[in-house]
Each structure stands twice: as structure tokens, then as C-alpha cells.
Design a binder for this molecule. Structure first.
Ligand SMILES: *Cc1c(COP(=O)(O)O)cnc(C)c1O
Length: 392
């Protein structure tokens, strides 16, 4: 039986991840370092990323209770100590009881926690909560005005089962700009909200404060506070071109960020198509000359964007090979006429480096008219993810 791969796979570089952690430790010290593992760890794979991050990262942030419980199960299986884990997404009363038992903290972001308080009392468990303040994003969270108008009283009344361990907020406009004026307004609103929590809900003055995602952690030092919540940049990517520009100015030099992910696929078929042949659905491409093609068993089902049709290239033997015709559900067809010397099977790099050439997530995202955050999180959860050491 053959064991050669017949499907695409993702590679995570342990070395690149360690570089990014070290970069954030150096840049944002003395703040603690949090890693955001939502969206299947930005497509990298929750547990595969956890295997690189556990023991190196101070706090983990996830959206769903299921993700938090998966972290606890992994720790149990691998005999590792409990890391600090915070569910930043929506939770219900039942989730909260289970999370309290597993020593996972949750975010309180709106009124309507009374079911949870009742459930916690019945179960006899104590829940650690971080209060989310809406300081100008218009998404989840209490406003300082709402807290002042009475919403803060809830936390005072539920102290028997709820401990307010932290206060957080999230920036609306740090990535698309090089001036951080709106972010500074949000920081001021944050401090106002915390003052109300202190006076109206008995929240302690040294409650854990956290606000900054990747961009703010890099370019807005006053936002770093007690912990930074780093998502995209822990995977080695800049949040935006503007953030990269700002970082050079604010930090004096560009900190090292190394992309963690590569995506590779073995060819299913390599063959010649005679001049005049059509390629793919809709016959959108026609070979001008005899063309050696590689059929790659990967497509938009796996997360390779269909909008990249007609623009994309992959790398074979260190050479760019155009994707010809449309991206299909389970197939790509690429022109390898000049990349290979014979009709032997090839391994194509969809994302990452091959020799002198490199395809970045940003490049694929530009082809697909979207942002790298979306391209990453659309990588299929079914794809095999392997950690490689990737020696320097
Ligand atoms: C997604 C998210 C982050 C991380 O954002 P990046 O730009 O990927 O660093 C941080 N905090 C919250 C609340 C988030 O939703």
C-alpha cells in the first residue's frame, strides 16, 4: 500500500512561531502575552497551534466554549498544567457552569446574566468574568453610560458566584490608519468605564486590563496594559500595510514576524495538452501552445478561493506556474511546462516558500479581493496540519 500523500496539507513552522513569540515578548514587555486561537487558530489548527504555544504564551483567547474545553482536554491528555483561558465570545448559562468547573474565564458583554447567576448558585461554582466595555466599536460590551445608569449594580449583586477578574475592550480602527486618534478616544472611554466599575460594582483598582490586538500592541504603546491579545501577528503576518509602516516609525525598526504556515499539494496527474485544448469549466482558458499541466487535487472546498481564478500562480520546483482556467471545488490545473523537465509527479506550493519564490497569504487574498484574515480562516478544518521544526 502506498503511503504517499494524495491530498494537500498545511505545515506549521515551530521556528517561525517561536520567533513571533520572542518578538512580542521583546516589543511589548512588561505586558503579558496572550494568543488568540479563534477561527481554528486562524486556520492553522487549534490543537496543532496549541502544541507550539502552550507553555510559551500566558493567556489563550477563544470564541466558543467548545474551543476552551478542547484546550482543557488537550492539557489533560498531554499532562500539562492549566493555562489561563478566556472565552471572548457568547456563552449561555449551561456553558458557564461547565467553564467554571474547568477553570475557564468568560466575558460578560451585556445584561441578561441572571440565568447564569442562578445556574452558578444551583451548581455551587464560582465563575471568573472579564467585563467587556464597548468603547467605540459598537459591538459587544457595556458602555460607561450604561454602567452608570445601573448596569454595574449587577456585578455588585452577583459577587457570591461571579468574580470580576479583568476588563477588556477592542479597537475599531487601528489597522486601517497610521494616526491613532480614534484609538486614543477609545482608551479614554475605557478608563472611564473602569472607574464606574470601581465605584458602582466594587471592582478592584488593579483588575487585569487588556485592550490591544496585534496592531495596537505593535504601534500604540499605551494600549498594551496588562496583557496583549495577539491574533494575526503571532502567526507571522502584519495586520495591514499601514501597521507595518507605523511599526517602522514607532519602534524605530521592523520587528521580525515570520509566517508560520505553508500549504502544499502533490499532483494527481501531470500530462500534455495539445495546442488549442480548453482547460476547466466554462472553457475560459485555451492553450496557445502544447502545454504540460499538473492537475492538483485541491480547490475551493479546501479554502483555495475561486475568485483567484485567472490571477493565481503556485510554485513548482521554485518556479511560478499559473493556475489556468477556473478554480474548481476539488481541483486546480496549473501550467508546469517550464517548471519541470519530465512528466513525473510534482509537489506544488500553494502558500509559502519554494526556492527564491514565495506566495504569501496577502497575495492570495489580493487575488481573491479579500483580506488575509478571511483567507486563513477559510482553510478547511479537514486539511492535515503538520508541525515542522524548519531548522534555520
Ligand atoms: C480577533 C480579536 C483579537 C485579535 O485580533 P488580531 O488583529 O488578529 O490581532 C483580539 N481581541 C479580540 C476581542 C478579537 O476579537
Amino acid at each position: 500500500m502506498s503511503t504517499s500523500p494524495v491530498a494537500s496539507w498545511l505545515e506549521l513552522s515551530a521556528r517561525a512561531y517561536a520567533t513571533n513569540v520572542a518578538t512580542f515578548r521583546a516589543v511589548t514587555a512588561p505586558s503579558r502575552i496572550g494568543a488568540v486561537l479563534k477561527g481554528n487558530a486562524y486556520g492553522h489548527g487549534l490543537l496543532e497551534t496549541l502544541s507550539l504555544a502552550h507553555g510559551e504564551i500566558d493567556v489563550f483567547y477563544v470564541i466558543t466554549p467548545a474551543e476552551a474545553l478542547a484546550i482543557r482536554a488537550w492539557e489533560h491528555q498531554n499532562k500539562r498544567a492549566h493555562a489561563e483561558v478566556l472565552v471572548i465570545g457568547a456563552v449561555n448559562a449551561e456553558d458557564c457552569v461547565e467553564l467554571a468547573r474547568q477553570h475557564v474565564s468568560v466575558v460578560a458583554a451585556a445584561r441578561g446574566f441572571s440565568d447564569t447567576v442562578n445556574a452558578l448558585r444551583t451548581a455551587g461554582v464560582q465563575l471568573e468574568v472579564h467585563v467587556h466595555l464597548d468603547t467605540g466599536l459598537g459591538r459587544e460590551g457595556f458602555t460607561a453610560a450604561g454602567l452608570r445608569a445601573g448596569e454595574a449594580d449587577f456585578f455588585a449583586l452577583a459577587q457570591d458566584v461571579i468574580t470580576v477578574k479583568g476588563v477588556l475592550s477592542h479597537f475599531a480602527n487601528t489597522e486601517d490608519v497610521t494616526e491613532q486618534d480614534y484609538a486614543r478616544t477609545q482608551l479614554a472611554n475605557f478608563e472611564a468605564g473602569i472607574r464606574v466599575l470601581q465605584t458602582r460594582a466594587g471592582v478592584s483598582g488593579d483588575v487585569q486590563r487588556h485592550f490591544a490586538a496585534s496592531a495596537a500592541a505593535l504601534v500604540l504603546p499605551p494600549s498594551r496594559l496588562d496583557v496583549v491579545r495577539v491574533g494575526i501577528s503571532m502567526y507571522g503576518l502584519w495586520p495591514s500595510a499601514e501597521t507595518r509602516l507605523s511599526a517602522r516609525v514607532v519602534l524605530g525598526s521592523l520587528p521580525a514576524l515570520e509566517p508560520v504556515l505553508s500549504w502544499k499539494v502533490p499532483s494527481q496527474v501531470v500530462k500534455w495538452l495539445p495546442a488549442g485544448s480548453y482547460v476547466g469549466y466554462g472553457c475560459t482558458y485555451r492553450c496557445a501552445a502544447d502545454t504540460r499541466v499538473a492537475v492538483l487535487p485541491v480547490g475551493y472546498w479546501d479554502g483555495y478561493p475561486r475568485l483567484a481564478s485567472g490571477k493565481a500562480h503556485v510554485l513548482v520546483h521554485g518556479k511560478r506556474c499559473p493556475v489556468i482556467g477556473r478554480v474548481m471545488m476539488n481541483h486546480l490545473i496549473v501550467d508546469v511546462t517550464h517548471a519541470t523537465k519530465d512528466d513525473q509527479p510534482v509537489i506544488a506550493t500553494l502558500l509559502g516558500r519554494d526556492g527564491e519564490e514565495h506566495v504569501s497569504v496577502e497575495t492570495i487574498s489580493t487575488w481573491a479581493q479579500t483580506i488575509h484574515y478571511e483567507t486563513l480562516t477559510r482553510l478547511g478544518p479537514h486539511l492535515r496540519r503538520v508541525v515542522v521544526q524548519d531548522s534555520p
